[in-house]
Design a protein around this ligand. Structure first.
Ligand code: HAM
Length: 403
């Protein structure tokens, strides 16, 4: 028997209903905020992710599904959605248009990580990207939208926020941090030691307990922001307070992708184990430029669908559609014209084998039909149907031509 690859999963039956429910709910809400659907290829040039997610990130350094295609091109299965959407935005020259653009998307992402609960090698994201709006009001609006999505899905969360500064305040802070880290180098883990050289900000994100306790003393960017970043961050927290969206300022929240500046955030759940991030995002005002577009401010997020599947409170499934069955073999074929007619506006399940009454009623229950429509010998002779509304329990005999 051939099984799916490690870290990859089939979505079947009940799971696929949850999956669709999440996508449909999130899409409906995103559309209310003015987002339009976008789809970009799963396979992209490797250079796209190196330039955007960053060469020193774990994603690019260790986790890419990267290969040479038959034409000798260096390609990669997308590890996340933002880079491809920015590329599409620039490819379509949308960066030259004065209108603000907002896109939502969902689909599979690929990261060659060590699989565990909540961590897959193929997983799905629902995300939104908003281009052209520099105001921190947009950061607030995006966070409010994610809250609305989680509220609608019945999912509790904790919101962590931070500011990653801008080209004015980040470089001096970085220097400051490097000298702090160099002084405690011997006590830090090997990963952190490597990162001091390649990506010192990511050291703040180390999960090692010893490193974490040493880092409590590290300089904090939030205390060293330039005036503009500081004012935006204060505006954001004040708006969250006013909207009664609770949050924690996490000065060590740096995100695993290099393209962020200013606002960064994560939504976490304490109900799903160690892989607790259920959504992440932030501002990436310089990424369009990095990918050869005109400087365009942008902000976005992605929700990890698999991580919230178990948490979703699904609405009770309503009975829907019609179950049709015959109690005598001669009557079976008379159901097809009727079914074709009804399928123009409703869901119809036709049972091809003639069966007894009880058996048909069980069949109607199994497909959760609202109506059971049966034809027996009498109905066939009289050109009628026996119809039961399985919700109100009302039964009736209806002329075939009137149904
Ligand atoms: P990210 O934080 O890397 O951000 O991923 C977003 C979410 O995807 C995570 O919070 C998590 O729920 C889910 N996720 C990530 N890796 C895995 C995995 N191996 N298995 C299962 N779920 C996973 C991004 O990808 C950014 N593109 C978000 C963004 C959009 N920022 C701005 N715009």
């Amino acid at each position: 028997m051939i099984n799916p690859l490690r870290g990859m999963k089939d979505l079947t039956f009940e799971e696929s209903q949850r999956f669709r429910y999440i996508i449909d709910t999130a899409s409906t809400i995103a559309k209310r905020y003015g987002y339009g659907y976008i789809e970009t290829p799963i396979l992209e040039e490797t250079a796209l992710f190196k330039r955007s997610v960053g060469e020193s990130s774990d994603i690019v350094g260790k986790e890419m599904y990267q290969f040479e295609d038959k034409g000798g091109n260096d390609v990669c299965m997308r590890p996340e959605g933002t880079a491809g959407i920015v590329r599409a935005f620039v490819s379509a020259k949308l960066d030259r248009q004065p209108v603000k653009q907002k896109f939502y998307y969902y689909g599979p992402m690929f990261r060659y990580e060590r699989p565990q609960k909540g961590r897959l090698r193929e997983f799905h994201q629902f995300g939104c990207e908003s281009f052209g709006e520099a105001s921190v009001y947009e950061d607030f609006t995006i966070i409010s939208m994610i809250k609305q999505i989680f509220d609608e899905l019945g999912i509790g969360f904790e919101l962590l926020i931070n500011s990653l500064g801008c080209p004015t305040c980040m470089p001096p802070y970085r220097e400051n941090l490097i000298s702090f880290l160099t002084n405690i180098k011997e006590e830090l883990c090997s990963d952190c030691n490597r990162r001091i050289e390649t990506n010192p900000i990511r050291v703040l994100d180390c999960k090692n307990k010893t490193c974490q306790s040493l880092l409590t003393e590290s300089p904090k960017l939030i205390e060293n922001l330039c005036e503009a970043c500081d004012s935006d961050f204060k505006k954001l927290t004040a708006m969250l307070d006013r909207a009664e969206i609770s949050y924690t300022v996490d000065t060590n929240l740096v995100r695993g992708l290099d393209y962020y500046s200013k606002t960064a955030f994560e939504f976490v759940s304490n109900e799903i184990g160690s892989q607790s991030a259920i959504a992440g995002g932030g501002r990436y005002d310089r990424l369009v430029e990095f990918l050869d577009g005109k400087p365009t401010p942008a902000v976005g997020f992605a929700i990890g669908i698999e991580r919230i599947m178990e948490l979703v409170k699904m609405p009770e499934l309503k009975r829907e559609g019609i179950y049709m069955g015959a109690m005598t073999p001669e009557a079976v074929e008379s159901l097809f014209t009727l079914a074709a007619q009804k399928r123009k506006e409703d869901k119809v399940t036709v049972e091809y084998s003639s069966k007894g009454f009880k058996s048909h009623m069980k069949g109607a229950d199994k497909v959760n039909a609202r109506y059971a429509v049966l034809i027996g010998e009498d109905e066939l002779a009289n050109h009628t149907l026996w119809v039961k509304d399985l919700e109100s329990k009302e039964e009736s005999t209806v002329a075939l031509d009137d149904y």
